[in-house]
Design a protein around this ligand. Structure first.
Ligand code: GDP
Length: 445
């Protein structure tokens, strides 16, 4: 999901590498690239327009941060806008004051309603509710049996049409199902309804009749994220024909371009409550705009990291460090120690490393990371004389032995630190050359 969009956006940010500050031309070029990437991802035009206008405006206004380089600044802005169009804060299901809460599902055939009913049932049960699934999809052959199967897998009761429950009449089944829930004290009723392959008047009328019969507390519009541009038309038709209070995006595990996910909130004004991410009942999650944005930008939780860096380093410090690095390479172990202390102020190293993108593949190494490593490094540097800190080249064998003894470490550890320091110095010089600004440890942006 979003892979293509993700690559395109990331590529547009990379072009800003090496810039000292954001020029108008940089902003224009980046915004055009973002615009093309969104359009190619099937995002609805009005959404693309307001998105790019907002990014442009924010980039041009004085939101300049001393701690961030141009690419990081743009990423921060794009991320904030993505979170915005994806719906901001996650919202919970509205629960009725007087149970049962009635949740009605509506959407096209194949959108994943029946599957979702099972997932929702399981999730609700895990949340301590006693759900009842109601089979009001009498259109599609097997829909009732399918709901019974998922209900059983989820360990949730299913109300199906039988003599007395309204055989053949979906409205009667829905009504009797809700009555049954009231009688038997089920706390939430999930009503599965029929869909068609395309939108048609009869289906809308049926859904509206069911709605009138059961007076749902929530009507969830179930939208297949793979349907691309049609998402907007479909969403609008359902908004008009039945009305809904929230959206569920399904098949987000697929390789859809992402347009539906990014457009639906902007087009309908209704929040996305849940995401369905696979065929298994457990492939279901609450929809979090911020995590989705982070996924799209392929950046782990780097925003938290950026915010922490901004909080920890003021612009002056960041610039002083950058100047030093960009200068004659007189970055010393003393500076290194200072930087280490700065990083320590930002919090646990392990946690910080874990927020870097691409860390998913390095989980094991991360697990083995020892926080005390930082203390050992500090002890080693403290055991050096100022001359040694300024010029590690003078560190001969006997000096290294003395330092190891003084810091309670081994010569091997001293050697390894000196070696890593030289590597870090090289890396930082490269980073400094690529823009001057930048948060230490964030050389990859
Ligand atoms: P309904 O007609 O709206 O009730 O749709 P169904 O629940 O029968 O789902 C249609 C098809 O989509 C089925 O084959 C489901 O297994 C599949 N499906 C539903 N949700 C997801 C999902 O999140 N991911 C994937 N990959 N498939 C899904």
């Amino acid at each position: 999901m979003f892979a293509n969009l993700s690559d395109r956006l990331t590529a547009s940010f990379k072009q800003l590498r090496g810039r000292g500050r954001l020029s108008e031309a940089d902003i224009d070029a980046t915004v055009s690239e973002i615009r093309r990437a969104l359009l190619d991802a099937d995002v609805a035009l009005p959404v693309v327009r307001s998105f790019t206008a907002n990014v442009r405006e924010r980039a041009k206004s004085a939101e300049v941060s001393g701690a961030l380089n141009p690419a990081q600044q743009i990423i921060k802005i794009v991320n904030a806008e993505l979170v915005e169009i994806l719906g901001g804060q996650a919202r919970d299901l509205h629960m009725a004051k007087q149970p049962p809460t009635v949740v009605m599902l509506a959407g096209l055939q194949g959108a994943g309603k029946t599957t979702l009913a099972g997932k929702l049932g399981l999730w609700l049960r895990e949340q301590g509710h006693t759900p009842l699934l109601v089979a009001s999809d009498l259109q599609r052959p097997n829909a009732v049996t399918q709901l019974q199967v998922v209900g059983e897998q989820a360990g949730v009761a299913v109300w199906a049409p039988e003599p007395g429950n309204g055989v053949g009449d979906p409205v009667a089944v829905a009504r009797s199902g809700v009555q049954h829930a009231r009688d038997k004290l089920y706390s939430v009723v999930v009503v599965d309804t029929a869909g068609r392959l395309g939108i048609d008047a009869e289906m809308m009328q049926q859904a509206a009749d069911i709605r009138d019969a059961v007076q749902p507390d929530e009507t969830l519009f179930v939208l297949d994220a793979m349907i691309g541009q049609d998402a907007v038309t479909t969403a609008n038709a359902f908004a008009e024909g039945v009305g809904f209070s929230g959206v569920v995006l399904t098949k987000l595990d697929g390789d859809a371009r992402g347009g539906a996910a990014l457009s639906v909130r902007g087009v309908t004004g209704k929040p996305v409550l849940f995401a369905s991410v696979g065929e298994k009942l457990s492939d279901f999650e609450r929809f979090h705009a911020d995590r989705m944005a982070s996924r799209i930008l392929d950046m782990g939780d780097i925003l938290t990291l950026i915010e922490q860096a901004e909080r920890t380093f003021d612009a002056g410090q960041a610039e002083e460090m950058a100047a030093k690095l960009a200068g004659q390479g007189d970055f010393t172990l003393q500076d290194f120690l200072g930087q280490l202390n700065q990083l320590k102020k930002m919090g646990s190293m392990k946690k910080m490393l874990g927020m870097l993108p691409g860390m998913g593949q390095m989980r094991e190494q991360l697990e083995n990371f020892d926080e005390r490593e930082v203390d050992r490094v500090e002890a080693i540097v403290h055991s050096m004389t100022p001359a040694e800190r300024n010029d590690p080249k003078i560190l001969n064998g006997s000096r290294r032995q003395r330092i190891a003894r003084g810091s309670g470490t081994t010569v091997a550890e001293v050697n390894s630190l000196v070696e890593r320091f030289e590597q870090a110095k090289t890396m930082m010089r490269q980073m400094a050359r690529s823009g001057g600004k930048g948060v230490p440890g964030m050389g990859m942006m």
